[in-house]
Design a protein around this ligand. Sequence first.
Ligand code: HEM
Length: 521
Amino acid sequence: MAPSVLRLAGLQNDRLTLYLELLFAVILLTLLLLRRRTRDTPLPPGPRGSMISGHRKEMATTRRIWEQYAGWAKISGPIFSLKSNNIDVVILNNARTAHTLLDKRSNIYSDRPRSVMGSELCDMGKMFFRIRSQHPWFSAYRRMAHEDFGALQIPRHASGIQTNIQQLLKSLLSDPQGLRDHLRLCQGQSILMATYGYQVKSKDDQFLLLAEERLRLANAFLRPGMWLVDSYPILKYWPSWMPGGGFRKIASEVKSRTEESLASTMEWTKAELSAGTALPSFVEGQLNRQALGNDRNEEMIGYVASSMYVAGADTVISTVLTFLLMMTLNPDIQKRAQQEIDIIIGRDRLPQISDRERLPYVEAVVREVFRFHPVAPLGVPHSVIRDDIFDGMLIPSGSIVIANIWGLTHDEFIYPDPMRFNPDRFYIGEAKQGESQPNPLKYVFGFGRRVCAGMHFAEASVFLHVASLLATFNILKAVDENGMEITPVINFTDGIVSKPEDFPCRIEPRPDAVDLILSSN
Ligand code: HEM
């Protein structure tokens, strides 16, 4: 090659290097400026907390903290921020903020917070509601749940749910006092049948007890601010024998219990499959798909199946209890819903899922129950994977983002007089001419890519419970020893899933419903 050409090439190389260096410098400068601008952007406002731990203690211990958040939102605005030790926590208190961030920007807001205690030390990080959004299994989980619990699958599940509810009605007829146990058994039966094809026979069933234990363990580790190690991950190396090391002992106990419990039900379905006796279920279907070479493995199937009970048992039971509490307190509403069922369905059969559209007032009652007390008042915490700016405020990468669902469904601009139980907000009549307030089902199942993976199953279960109970029973105030009616007090428990506290009521069969209850199989 001629030397002049080489020189030219060298010159061009030098120039190229210079251009590249310049370009690099410009990019770096822009990034630095952007970062500075981002860091100069203020966090959402918020109440002042302790210098050291921020609001950690309040977040972990305040009773019905969703009400407190709604109160703070009146002062700080619909989006405000708190600190849990060194972690930023952003609370969204109205539909606009929750929808814009969690639905519209769900590509960055669908992570779950890092949880050293729950996910790393207890090894529950692969549970569905906990798995991080960047985990390679996350999208497969969502796909798998959609295949078996999506809207199109509901008619397949509905008949099983209905059979269990018929059993529930019979149990209530013979033992109304055992209400909570009967509901527990009924929902346990529906979920374990749908996920494993397993028929729960009694409330002491071994797999039901194991599933309940998983639920208790999972619940114990979800509330932000509960464990210091979540704020200071270095503490995970703190020896268990040192003072304050108790959390390590708890974690290793929980880890081994969860592993044991997860494996046993899964093994049962696999044995049924090998014997050729497996009933159709999520696990059965997924194992068959896996055999066809789809993107899933047995461990993933086990985690999703197990998460379904954890996420789907207490939630439905709690919603049905709220319904019963509201019926005890609102006899006129109850009577009106019963009349609708009597007219549309008649008195000789139980309502079915296909009747839902023909029962607009019962549907309005269901919506109002979901609105009045969303079972997960603060949803499940999300986390954002990179810095974001909203309305001139910085939401730093890694912040915990919580939608105050209770706050949304008690926003008086959307639901006037929100503390009043009033299904008329949603009643549009058979002619569908009325004006409905926004459907709370848009909020109570969460947001974006993390929206409840069992929402259709849940809606169907709640509707069938509500309609069947209304068709067959009167829910009345209990009476004391002097024959005086006792008006129950409205009180809900704390926790990720919030239930009505025990309340007195009488559940009596409607005069002509005993035959219907006993004749249904
Ligand atoms: C009244 C009933 C229910 C309510 C109100 C409810 C509500 C919720 C909420 C608020 C979330 C968190 C969503 C978010 O992070 O934005 C969630 C997640 C979840 N729910 Fe439900 N749920 C109910 C019943 C069920 C049932 C019956 C199942 C299963 C059969 C189920 C399975 C799940 C799963 C697997 C997740 C985790 C999804 C994820 O993290 O990606 N839920 N649910």
